[in-house]
Design a protein around this ligand. Structure first.
Ligand code: NAP
Length: 484
């Protein structure tokens, strides 16, 4: 059912930062899986580039190890890995120097799609972009892929956009948010705009509220240095949660085309009200008897960076006026889960009387684990003894629905890299979208700083600070339980 694999055009892909964590964990294993599934043509070539001194053979060994460690267990025929490795090469390049660029240029062939993946710190984007042009590696058809974080505020995002724009047109720039590559996220658009069933109800008249939760069980781990300068607002809300909010709230684009979709997402961000600070709860995981807290994971023992945020936001437009969207995300929570829950209003009148009970319909879109959707439907509790109502889930797990084919569903990185090769920007953030998201986020963060606000401590393994629960209780509503 799934695996209608359409090979992409032959390409040269250069990965800057090919020896780094992201390349080893996600990009290279993802490319291998696409190779296994037959999507990568014979003539595709992947060249790693970083400062480490290595030859092709050394890099191939590194790639093989990364695939063995992070390959994800998808079935591949014997010998496929060796075959894949023949398409891989490596050039030692310093983004800030001139060495290696000539050799890299010689490796690239004319007449093929050319893409450059910047899997390096954003401070190097400008250096690489400039050298790609000055050494003649990139032309007006080449594509560049840039990773998050895309800035840390509006000013820095603008500066990054301006730097990239000096060398590349917006149609050549692919800003990755891997959440957009998830199967369920795209399915969200299919469900909304491919069915008659939901869209007529998708508005403030029928929807009571929407909850978006992205919960992690991990702590900041080895990323403490970076995370402490960022926090949950910059690391998760400004990008991932904002993108999910856009897809759930946007108007139907006229066509499923990059700019049509991104125009509609941008309108959602622009319609967001500024958030009243009483409607935001910041948290920071505390220590318990068996494990250290956030401050022990970062260098600053008095850090006031948040590892959790919960907030109520409003979109001031015709469709969503007065419908609250509750967002929350955090680390060291009870379970690892990402979901969007659309909670519909109660039926206007219960013909069965108060004893029967009543249940609002809830459509839950699960991004992880176990991607799928559940629709809560009210039925009669079976058996004699009168009419009592029961809420039962109509559950669609993609893994079950697709059977063995589910294994073939590409993960987010695989899909997005293939989209780059195809030249399809639909699932990538446009520069103005990113800036609009920062324009909305900046005053929230500035407000915390101005008020000297300290995040509320929360127990590791909990659902976040008590105040986050109160945020909904005050409105007579309740968060869904965080469960994996
Ligand atoms: P990393 O492990 O620190 O790797 C950085 C890479 O950049 C290494 O390959 C390094 O290799 C190379 N590099 C550093 N300075 C260089 C220079 N002057 N010239 C050429 N290459 C240079 O970082 P990462 O975790 O892979 O992250 C890469 C980017 O992806 C960052 O922007 C990060 O924020 C983003 N990101 C990462 C993840 C993740 O899960 N890791 C998730 C989302 C986004 P050499 O030292 O050999 O030069």
């Amino acid at each position: 059912m799934v695996s209608r694999v359409i090979p992409v055009d032959p390409f040269d892909l250069v990965i800057f930062g090919a020896t780094g964590d992201l390349a080893r964990r996600k990009i290279l294993p993802g490319l291998f899986r696409r190779f296994c599934s037959g999507q990568m043509p014979e003539e595709a070539r992947i060249t790693g580039a970083a400062r480490s001194d290595m030859d092709d053979a050394g890099f191939r060994e590194m790639v093989a190890e990364a695939i063995r460690e992070f390959g994800g267990g998808r079935s591949c025929e014997d010998g496929t890995l060796d075959d894949f490795l023949t398409r891989i090469g490596y050039v030692t390049v310093d983004a800030k120097g001139d060495g290696g660029w000539g050799e890299l240029k010689e490796r690239l062939r004319s007449g093929f799609v050319r893409a450059f993946y910047f899997s390096v710190a954003p401070s190097l984007f400008g250096d690489i972009a400039e050298r790609l042009r000055s050494f003649g590696l990139a032309d007006d058809d080449s594509r560049v892929v840039v990773e998050k974080p895309f800035g840390k505020d509006l000013a820095s995002a603008r500066a990054l956009n301006a730097t990239l724009a000096q060398h590349f047109d917006e149609t050549q720039i692919y800003r990755i948010d891997h959440y957009l590559g998830k199967e369920t996220v795209q399915n969200l658009m299919a469900v909304r705009f491919g069915n008659m069933l939901f869209e007529p109800l998708w508005n403030s008249q029928y929807v009571d509220h929407i909850q978006i939760t992205v919960a992690e069980t991990v702590d900041v781990g080895g990323r403490g240095g970076y995370y402490d300068t960022s926090g949950a607002m910059r690391d998760m809300v400004q990008n991932h949660l904002m993108q999910l909010l856009c897809l759930i709230a946007m108007e139907p684009p006229a066509r499923f085309e990059p700019d049509a979709v991104r125009d509609e997402k941008l309108k959602v961000i622009r319609a967001l009200d500024p958030v009243d600070y009483h409607h935001i709860v910041r948290g920071q995981y505390a220590a318990d008897e068996s494990q250290p807290g956030y401050r022990a994971h970062v260098e600053n023992p008095r850090s006031t960076t948040e590892s959790f945020v919960a907030m109520k936001v409003h979109i001031s437009n015709w469709r969503w006026a007065n419908t609250p969207f509750y967002l929350r995300t955090g680390k060291k929570l009870k379970a690892r889960t990402s979901e969007i829950a659309v909670v519909f209003k109660d039926a206007p009148h219960s013909i069965f009387g108060p004893e029967a009970g009543r249940h609002a319909n809830v459509l839950v879109i699960r991004l992880q684990p176990n991607e799928g959707m559940t629709l809560g439907v009210t039925i009669k509790e079976p058996g004699p003894g009168g009419m009592r109502l029961l809420d039962v889930p109509l559950d669609m797990s993609f893994a079950e629905a697709l059977g063995p084919d589910a294994e073939e569903v590409p993960d987010a990185y695989e899909r997005l890299i293939m989209d780059v090769i195809r030249g399809n920007q639909t699932l990538f953030m446009r520069g103005d979208e990113v800036e609009a998201a920062w324009r909305w986020t900046d005053p929230i963060i500035e407000g915390w700083t101005a008020r000297g606000e300290v995040p509320k401590p929360y127990e590791p393994g909990s659902s976040g600070p008590e105040d986050a629960l109160m945020l909904m209780h005050r409105d007579g509503r309740k968060w869904r339980e965080i469960k994996g």
